[in-house]
Design a protein around this ligand. Structure first.
Ligand SMILES: Cc1cc2nc3c(=O)[nH]c(=O)nc-3n(C[C@H](O)[C@H](O)[C@H](O)COP(=O)(O)OP(=O)(O)OC[C@H]3O[C@@H](n4cnc5c(N)ncnc54)[C@H](O)[C@@H]3O)c2cc1C
Length: 307
């Protein structure tokens, strides 16, 4: 990343919320369930699957966490009623992980049970490294209770991920493998771009060797190439893996995967707690410095012109 981009990323939290909202529109379906529904309909029509995320990581009390649970129940009902090809992704902090582990577990159980009753599936997103132990522990607890319709996420950038792959292998988990977006210290995570790429490919190979179902979540062309190669080498059928991408990112690459006959799932966030998710997406956008500079310049010029 260029020096200017890095500086802008550090300054992102200081960018006014309306500017962040405008710049991140492409990454979020909208504030309401109907917005997610229409987005997923469009994706399904293009031969893509979806995973719907109710944005909610900024919750501060148990009532808000309960509201997120109800929002997921509405999502499952909607998916069934409209016959959408979509599962859901949940963040455990939105279900109360930072408030109380047991409350979070109870909330997750409700979501997973509701999904099971409708033949649907829940992917637990992975958040920053302060949550990794609790997230994997909760995943194991639910699997050991007999819940099969649940999957987890591993972040290639974390140094611990190779050990986590080995530790989870007895569960034959369904894993989404991503690079990891949270800023982590060097003791915890690889810092160099190529190091993360190598770790990603190693983790993908280990997961496939262990017979796991993998959601290969990346927009990185090198990793997509490695993904295709490993899927072929493991002689996987179309239903034995999937690629995953984020709404609003590298759509052309996704179209290409679909044309080649791979299954592709798009991550579709919606809801009113859009701020944290938007900041993370903007951090990763290589053009962010230009966008913010143009916006700031536009506003300065506008102000000077009295607009
Ligand atoms: C379906 C899905 C689910 C995810 N779930 C999680 C999760 O649970 N936990 C977690 O920590 N991370 C998650 N991530 C994010 C992931 O960890 C990476 O931060 C993100 O995918 C970018 O990494 P990359 O592999 O695409 O490679 P990069 O090298 O970051 O991106 C490759 C190229 O894609 C383009 N690109 C990437 N991001 C953007 C953007 N925001 N705007 C515009 N262009 C962009 C750029 O052209 C870039 O050069 C998820 C990603 C996906 C696709």
């Amino acid at each position: 990343m260029a020096i200017l981009d890095r500086a802008i990323v550090r300054l992102l939290p200081a960018v006014p919320r309306p500017v962040v909202q405008k710049l991140s529109e492409r990454y979020i379906a909208g504030p309401e369930l109907k917005d997610a529904r229409e987005t997923v309909r469009g994706l399904n029509a293009e031969g893509k699957m979806a995973t719907i995320d109710v944005l909610g990581e900024e919750i501060t009390n148990e009532d808000e966490a309960a509201a997120i649970v109800r929002a997921y129940q509405d999502v499952f009902a909607d998916i069934e009623r409209c016959r959408l090809d979509s599962n859901v992704s949940v963040k455990l902090t939105a279900l109360g992980l930072k408030l109380d582990y047991d409350v979070c577990r109870a909330n997750l159980r409700v979501v997973v049970d509701d999904a099971a009753s409708r033949g649907n599936f829940v992917r637990i997103d992975m958040e920053d490294s302060s949550t990794t132990d609790d997230t994997l522990r909760l995943y194991r607890e639910l699997r050991e209770e007999g819940h099969e319709n649940i999957g987890v996420v591993l972040q290639a950038m974390l140094r611990r991920t190779a050990d986590d792959v080995a530790a989870l292998a007895d569960l034959r988990p369904s894993v989404r493998l991503c690079k990891g977006i949270y800023v982590e210290p060097a003791e915890v995570a690889f810092q160099e771009f190529e190091e993360v790429r190598r770790a990603y490919t190693r983790a993908l190979e280990a997961l496939l060797d262990a017979g796991c179902y993998v959601g290969i979540a990346t927009h990185d062309e090198v990793l997509l190439r490695n993904g295709r190669r490993l899927v072929l080498a493991h002689e996987l059928g179309r239903e034995d893996y999937e690629f995953q991408m984020l709404l609003g990112v590298r759509r052309g690459l996704g179209d290409q995967l679909v044309r080649e006959g791979h299954r592709l799932r798009i991550y579709v966030p919606f809801g009113r707690h859009w701020y944290g998710y938007s900041l993370r997406r903007l951090q990763e956008n290589p053009k962010i410095a230009g966008y913010i500079a143009a916006d700031t310049l536009g506003r300065l010029v506008g102000r000077r012109n009295g607009a």
